[in-house]
Design a protein around this ligand. Structure first.
Ligand code: IPM
Ligand code: MG
Length: 359
């Protein structure tokens, strides 16, 4: 059986948090008697520096040969000149496209030990348990034509938002199947009052919903959804939406928890294909190299990989439980510590999780 995991540490705090996730995987190997083999690849800004390409062929080859890919983060000020020819983010988009991971699963759960870190009032966040299903390989991120040109009025830039029925249908099915295992509610977010793309989205979403009579279905316009996530976030179960709206709303939703550094994600394609797992926080260049980044989102992404790519549900639960215990025992990294509270560094946080897995 292919037990290869490809590690793409990437940029900024990526290498630090991926190192802790690998320690956790080693602990899982020991505890559950499974073997993983690892490959490490260059991706993002570091890959541009070393090869000129944010996703070198060699890296993609390793990813395609593995069961799961664990990515730290890509990007940083060094590579963010808007006129640059190559950007780290292009590597990530190309990786998603090449792996065919069309469904990006982003759970937004409030960790009870951290509930007070939320900027929202406690009664609003108590019952928050949302899973975003963001379409990841289509929409305005990939539509053509895309580019820039000089016109009479000056510089002009353009992108194309486009979805076909197959793309909408398959991600909606992921959302409904997920809802069946949860609270049986799907909210589809669109902008059907303005965008033609989104009228097709709503039509297809409504059709798919009829195949799941056991699941409650609603559609909400994206601007209204931006409000509801703040004033009634506890009302949602599975939220499915297109690529760009999903990008924006999932960042907004992450703030409900008050702990961006805690949120994992899984990007999945057809059954049995290689999955891509990454924390949803970015490369945090301001704290890179200081040993203070929170590795828990990457560790929780690893749990998602154990469950979805390897079918190791017990191991996934062991990792998630260990994280809960570390928090319950009062340990905090700097991003989730209260003012004046002691905090632990990246490596110590990893060690604390490992100890609890091996107990
Ligand atoms: C995300 C990120 C990426 C995206 C960037 C880094 C390309 O914001 O995963 O949400 O926009 O998809
Ligand atoms: Mg984003």
């Amino acid at each position: 059986m292919n037990n290869q995991i490809t590690l793409l540490p990437g940029d900024g705090i990526g290498p630090e948090v991926v190192a802790e996730a690998q320690k956790v995987l080693n602990a899982v190997s020991e505890k559950f008697s499974v073997d993983f083999s690892y490959e490490t690849g260059l991706a993002g800004g570091i890959a541009i520096d070393e090869t000129g390409n944010p996703l070198p062929e060699e890296t993609l080859g390793k990813c395609l040969n593995s069961r799961g890919v664990l990515l730290g983060a890509v990007g940083g000020p060094k590579w963010s000149d808007p006129t640059a020819k190559v950007r780290p983010e292009q590597g990530l988009l190309q990786l998603r496209k090449s792996l065919g991971v069309f469904a990006n699963i982003r759970p937004v759960k409030v960790f009870s030990a951290l509930a007070e870190a939320s900027p929202l009032k406690a009664d609003r966040v108590e019952n928050v348990d949302i899973v975003f299903v963001r379409e990841l390989t289509g929409g305005i991120y990939f539509g053509t034509p895309q580019g820039r040109e000089d016109v009479a009025e000056g510089r002009s830039g353009f992108d194309t938002m486009r979805y076909n029925e197959m793309e909408i249908r398959r991600v909606l099915h992921v959302a409904f199947k997920l809802a069946q295992q949860r609270s049986k509610k799907v909210t589809s977010v669109d902008k059907a009052n303005v965008l033609a793309t989104m009228r097709v989205w709503r039509e297809v979403a409504t059709e798919v919903s009829q195949e799941y009579p056991d699941v409650e279905y609603e559609d909400i316009l994206v601007d209204a959804m931006a409000m509801y996530l703040i004033n009634r976030p506890g009302d949602f179960d599975v939220v499915v939406t297109g690529n760009m709206f999903g990008d924006i709303l999932s960042d907004e939703a992450s703030m409900i928890t008050g702990s961006l550094g805690m949120l994992p994600s899984a990007s999945l394609g057809e059954e049995g294909s290689v999955g891509l797992f990454e924390p949803i926080h970015g490369s945090a260049p301001d704290i890179a190299g200081q040993g203070i980044a929170n590795p828990l989102a990457t560790i929780l992404s690893t749990a998602m990989m154990l469950r979805s790519s390897f079918g190791l549900n017990d191991a996934a639960v062991a990792v998630e439980t260990a994280v809960d215990q570390v928090l319950a025992d009062g340990y905090r990294s700097a991003d989730i510590a209260k003012a004046g509270e002691d905090s632990v560094g990246t490596q110590q946080m990893g060690d604390l999780v490992v100890e609890r897995i091996l107990l």
